[in-house]
Every structure is written in C-alpha cells, then in structure tokens.
Design a protein around this ligand. Structure first.
Ligand SMILES: [Zn+2]
Length: 129
C-alpha cells in the first residue's frame, strides 16, 4: 500500500512548530490522555509521524497531520498503534482468503426427538389447569 510521505517542506514546518519539543500527545504515544511528551528534540532524530490520519490514507501528508516527535514516542505508536491496525487488516484479509465453501459448513442438525409413546396427547387448555 502506498504511503503518503511528508514533503521536506511539511517536515520542516512541523519541526519549526514543535519548538524543539516532541509534539506527541496522548495515549497512542504511551502518554496520559492530553499529556504532551515535550522531550527535547535538540540534536536528536526527529520523527515526523502521521496522526491522526494513517500514512496509507489519502490526504495524510499535510502539516495538520504531521507530528514532530521523539524516537521513543514514534516507536511506541508504531508498535502499539500502527502495527496492530495493519495486523488487523491482514487478519481480516487472511480470513477472507481462507473462507470455506458453503458445502463445508455442516450443521449439527436438530437433536433427535424421543419417540412419542402415543400418537397424540390431549391438548391442555388453559381453562383446564
Ligand atoms: Zn516524545
């Protein structure tokens, strides 16, 4: 699947916007909801992450979807968020490919009823009870 990578311009803008601090916020980066990482990015490798739109989606390569984050945050999200999402897609695909033919589905059927001793029993009416 094609990834929509950020242009050099968007990456630079994201880095400038970050103020040299990791922009990652919230649980997907292993932080508390609403908490920003703020790790110093000075002299460090800066990852530009796609969030909230996944890199595989059209329109994800815009500044609004760019998160300048530290390696630790990026790694956390990649392993804890992106990969499971992709794995889920793969599992669904596998299930689809491995779909069994309808003839292979065999119902256990209904349990056999006990043979009736008499052909019929009188119907009990509510008024008889
Ligand atoms: Zn961070």
């Amino acid at each position: 699947m094609a990834r929509h990578n950020f242009s050099a311009k968007v990456k630079r803008q994201a880095r400038e916007r970050s103020g040299g601090r990791c922009e990652a916020i919230g649980a997907v980066y292993g932080l508390r909801p609403g908490q920003r990482c703020n790790a110093s990015l000075d002299g460090k490798r800066v990852e530009i992450d796609h969030y909230p739109i996944p890199a595989t989606d059209e329109g994800s390569d815009v500044l609004d979807n760019a998160v300048a984050c530290c390696v630790a945050c990026h790694r956390f999200k990649t392993s804890g968020y992106d990969v499971p999402m992709q794995a889920k897609g793969k599992r669904l695909a596998d299930r689809h490919n491995g779909m069994r033919k309808p003839s292979q589905f065999k119902s256990a059927g209904f349990p056999k009823a006990q043979p009736q001793r008499s052909a019929s029993r009188p119907i009990q009416r509510r008024s008889d009870i």
